[in-house]
Write a protein that binds this ligand. Sequence first.
Ligand code: ZN
Length: 138
Amino acid sequence: MCKVYYEVMNTSTKKRFDLVDLTEYVEEVIKRSGIKNGICLVFAPHATAAIISNERESGLMQDILTFIKELVQPERNWKHNTIDDNAHAHIGSATIGSERVFPVIDGKLVRGTWQNIFLVEMDGPRSVRNVVIVVIGS
Ligand code: ZN
């Protein structure tokens, strides 16, 4: 019998570009779900943020943010900036993606040792950023 369990995590961001580590919370949600085998969706319901998975090493985290800034070019004269000055964040969200999916096996999130899960803030700081975590399985 397939079961669906979800929680909404409320977090906040401190900088215009920021990474928020969600790993511990996602692992707790999987525990609370009681689901042993299936998949876990981590989804940011925001058009100006994204979800990635990689190593939690301070230098690399800065490198990732540097690369994202180069990718989305916040200083460029984007058309959407005439409305609310955050076109770069929309482009980053659309390009990187709002979600990642992970396997759940034997009640645990399957990830590499150097694969933490991060919310990518590109239009912060924001007092409210939600992350929806859905566990599906049996
Ligand atoms: Zn906008």
